[in-house]
Design a protein around this ligand. Structure first.
Ligand code: ATP
Ligand code: MG
Length: 167
């Protein structure tokens, strides 16, 4: 269905801010005016929940997280930036694999952990929207996750490829 990505991200930010506040973390969201896109609302919410969940988990108390969405030609670009520990270059492509977690995180105590599925799921959903996900990160500087989604993406989830987008 057609969806308003600004509303979708705002809802996720509002929801995740509750969790972030516990660590005195502030999530800032700014956006261009964006056209509606074709997509699966719940699954795209899951994308931003998972990415923000990581950003919060890896931020230091008192940090901010910047979320920015912009329009570029025929696609939307969403950037989620944290000022946490960053991810070494050698790990950067691996973190999208199922069950992959960076060494230090694997040895954390119970409660700190995760399954290592978060970004794998994110990547699957983004690719089903014919989008892509990139990571720009440097150890010690933080992590920037960039999601690109075409406005008129053809949904593979039971969508009819020949169906014209509604005016
Ligand atoms: P799950 O999301 O299933 O609870 P997870 O968070 O460990 O577990 P992913 O979200 O797939 O799994 O992330 C994989 C790994 O990538 C993490 O374990 C962590 O090492 C690293 N990572 C992800 N996001 C960040 C980030 N913002 N800053 C630093 N490291 C990150
Ligand atoms: Mg995660």
């Amino acid at each position: 269905t057609n969806l308003n990505i600004v509303v979708l991200i705002s809802e996720v930010v509002e929801q995740m801010q509750i969790k972030a506040t516990q660590s005195d973390i502030q999530i800032n969201y700014i956006s261009d005016d964006l056209p509606e896109i074709l997509g699966d609302y719940d699954r795209l919410q899951q994308v931003f929940i998972n990415i923000l969940h990581n950003a919060i988990k890896y931020s230091n108390n008192g940090d901010i997280i910047d979320v920015i969405s912009t329009l570029e030609d025929d696609h939307i670009v969403v950037s989620i930036r944290d000022y946490g520990p960053g991810i070494a270059e050698i790990e950067q492509q691996r973190i999208f694999s199922a069950f992959y977690r960076v060494e230090e995180d694997r040895s954390r105590g119970p409660g700190e952990g995760g399954s290592g599925l978060g970004l794998y799921i994110v990547k699957q959903i983004v690719e089903k929207h014919e989008g892509k996900i990139e990571i720009v990160s440097q150890v010690g500087e933080g992590t920037n996750i960039i999601v690109t989604i075409p406005i008129l993406s053809v949904l593979i989830y039971g969508g009819d490829k020949n169906e014209k987008p509604k005016e």
